[in-house]
Design a binder for this molecule. Structure first.
Ligand code: AP5
Ligand code: MG
Length: 191
């Protein structure tokens, strides 16, 4: 089973992925987490990504696509994946489709978490008090991340509705964490 968790910054992708991974024994791949790990280890990739991330901009597509493909290849025996924060642009989605084809893999469900902008900003500012994430530190950077989502990522909803119509689901992400998890698990049970 391969799932994409889709949604704006702060919509709960990482939180929900953690619960679903535990209950379904899937591999969680968060491109944001991988970039942050590289930044903390001061790798070449981390150095390339950090300026973009700290400003709330996207890391260039090819760098991200290469990273994702390498990461998938490291899990030879996985039951399946939850992709959190990837794909985020049309070129990423198209490259992802081609890559999955070459691996005889496909996406089973794309789940979009919908949360209002005010709630997103409130959540991320709150997390920024103790997360140490530079992109959570002020509302200008947070609002920029949301703008980037709206201008470059949200069009993927149309892409997936057109390409994988009955596999695309929208969820109200502005409820309690456990109610949302239950909705996601219900969706995963559908054919
Ligand atoms: P990434 O790490 O993916 O961050 P993001 O999308 O900005 O979103 P977050 O991780 O902040 O939020 P989330 O949706 O995971 O929510 P969470 O569960 O944490 O990306 C960071 C950067 O990396 C990008 O800006 C870009 O530069 C780069 N990058 C990554 N992927 C890329 C790609 N594919 N292409 C190019 N660049 C890429 O929850 C947020 C907070 O809300 C938490 O405090 C949580 O406790 C709380 N919360 C969660 N659910 C609820 C709930 N239901 N009710 C109340 N609070 C809740
Ligand atoms: Mg996250």
């Amino acid at each position: 089973m391969n799932i994409v968790l889709f949604g704006p910054p702060g919509s709960g992708k990482g939180t929900q992925a953690t619960y679903i991974v535990n209950s379904k024994k899937l591999t969680h791949i968060s491109t944001g987490d991988i970039f942050r790990k590289n930044i903390s280890q001061n790798t070449k990739l981390g150095q390339l990504a950090s300026d973009f991330m700290n400003k709330g901009q996207l890391v260039p597509d090819q760098l991200t696509i290469d990273l994702l493909e390498t990461e998938i290849d490291t899990y030879k025996n996985s039951n399946g994946f939850i992709f959190d924060g990837f794909p985020r642009t049309l070129p990423q989605a198209e490259a992802f489709d081609k890559f999955l084809d070459t691996k005889n893999m496909s996406l089973d469900k794309i789940i979009s978490l919908e949360v209002s902008e005010d709630e997103l900003v409130a959540r991320l500012l709150k997390r920024g008090l103790d997360s140490g994430r530079k992109d959570d530190q002020n509302s200008d950077i947070i609002r920029n991340r949301i703008k980037v989502y709206e201008s470059q990522t949200s069009i993927l909803k149309t892409y997936y509705v057109e390409n994988l119509k009955d596999k695309f689901f929208t969820i109200n992400g502005e409820r309690t964490i456990d109610v949302i998890t239950k909705d996601i698990l219900d969706i995963l049970l559908k054919d």
